[in-house]
Design a protein around this ligand. Structure first.
Ligand code: UD1
Length: 375
């Protein structure tokens, strides 16, 4: 069975690494052929190649070189160029990851060619359609045949939109559903979060290899970590300046390390309000250094989806720089708080940190695909 994965942005490389490892472990016995498209949405070394090198992801068979651009242009280029590849490769399945323009463009290309789609990190909702990511994930879910959710909340979100007609919530549901005419009904599985798989694997390596604490002269738990890059924050100067004021207040007594995403770097040039001198701005980091910094941080301030969960898994209190979060379990367990609800030091959570599976999500995904596609 030939599987083609479509990736383009930093968090997708982290998610895919776990799936590729699980497929590689099974490919010789189960006849899986794995092919990879890199859309080129992220192209800087520090947002792309370093993740392939560190996580030992194979060289993609196809590069679409879509680069930066407006949403319509970026999505349309992925759609057009992915379609050309899909016509050549004719895979049995296309796998897309998360909520980026690469995901939506790739899913549209596959759907129009009647190629089944598996969506990894399905069912997430912010219920905020001003986020491009929300539009991307809702549409992708409605195009997909296999919806691999990281949590029960995600499964319930899909149910509310009428996506669970196959009725399979668990990992071992009945045979693949079909409708008259051979159309496949979508099937929903709570497999856990593939980012947890990668986080567990990479943390072991980071602890051995990363020298970032020494390089930046940082003491364990003596600093806070900050990341900020979401379009809804960076593209509106008033919102961004409000966040900068909040951050200056909330972190004044602390050292703060801020690996700055290129989108934020562009926006930051335009703000009149600036971060205080206690905030050290550095270039984006590779995955091992980032995990090492996070693991040893006192607090995380972020608008990243992935990092909210990584903080939760590592037991680092998180303050989320958004109006809402898709990762509601991190908040209900007390490990995460939305910045508008933050009133100074919050107690680290007391809730258990097991909402996103068992760290073997990628294995569960491969199990499902082998059973359902071959069955
Ligand atoms: C994208 C995803 C977001 C994800 C994020 C991770 C969408 C809609 N959003 O946002 O879900 O959390 O990736 O980083 O797909 N740029 C560079 N070098 C690069 C890549 C981008 O300089 O290698 C610049 C571009 O000029 C662009 C800006 O950064 O203007 C933003 O890049 P873009 O791909 O549009 O989205 P992200 O903000 O990275």
């Amino acid at each position: 069975m030939k599987i083609l994965h479509i990736l383009g942005a930093r968090p997708q490389f982290v998610k895919y690494a776990a799936v590729e490892a699980a497929i590689t472990r099974r490919s010789s016995q189960d006849g899986l052929i794995n092919k990879l498209i890199h859309t080129g949405q992220h192209y800087d070394y520090c947002l792309s190649k370093i993740f392939f090198d560190e996580l030992r992801i194979k060289e993609p068979e196809y590069h679409l070189d879509v680069g930066s651009g407006k949403h319509g242009q970026q999505t349309a280029l992925v759609l057009q160029r992915a379609e050309e590849v899909l016509c050549i490769e004719r895979p049995a399945l296309v796998v897309v990851y998360g909520d980026t323009n690469s995901t939506l463009g790739g899913a549209l290309a596959a759907a129009k060619l009647h190629i089944p789609i598996a969506h990894v990190e399905s069912g997430l909702r912010s219920f905020n359609k001003r986020m491009p990511e929300e539009i991307n994930r809702v549409l992708t879910d409605h195009l997909s045949s296999f919806l691999f959710c990281p949590s029960e909340t995600a499964v319930n979100n899909l149910e509310m939109e009428g996506i669970n007609l196959g009725g399979h919530k668990g990992m071992h549901g009945a045979a693949f559903s079909s409708m008259p005419g051979g159309c496949r009904l979508p099937v929903v599985f709570n497999v856990g979060d593939v980012m947890y798989d990668t986080c567990l694997h990479a943390l072991r390596i980071a602890l051995e290899r990363s020298a970032i604490l020494t390089q930046l002269s940082l003491g364990v738990k003596r600093y806070d970590l900050l990341t900020l890059h979401r379009a809804e924050n960076t593209d509106d100067i008033e919102t961004l300046e409000e966040l900068i004021l909040f951050l200056n207040g909330a972190t004044a007594a602390r050292q703060v390390i801020f690996p700055m995403h290129p989108r934020m770097a562009k926006a930051y040039q335009l703000t009149r309000t600036k971060l205080g001198g206690h905030v050290k701005i550095i270039p984006p980091l590779g995955y091992f250094d980032l995990l090492m910094l996070l693991n040893n941080a006192g607090r995380l301030f972020t608008d990243s989806g992935g990092m909210q969960k990584e903080a939760y898994w590592l037991g680092v209190p998180c303050i989320t720089l958004r109006e809402e979060t898709e990762w509601v379990e991190t908040v209900s367990s007390g490990w995460n708080v939305l910045y508008k609800n933050y009133r100074g030091e919050h107690q680290p959570g007391i809730g258990r940190r097991n909402a996103y599976g068992d760290g073997a999500a990628a294995e569960h995904i491969v199990d499902v695909l082998l059973k359902r596609m071959n069955g």
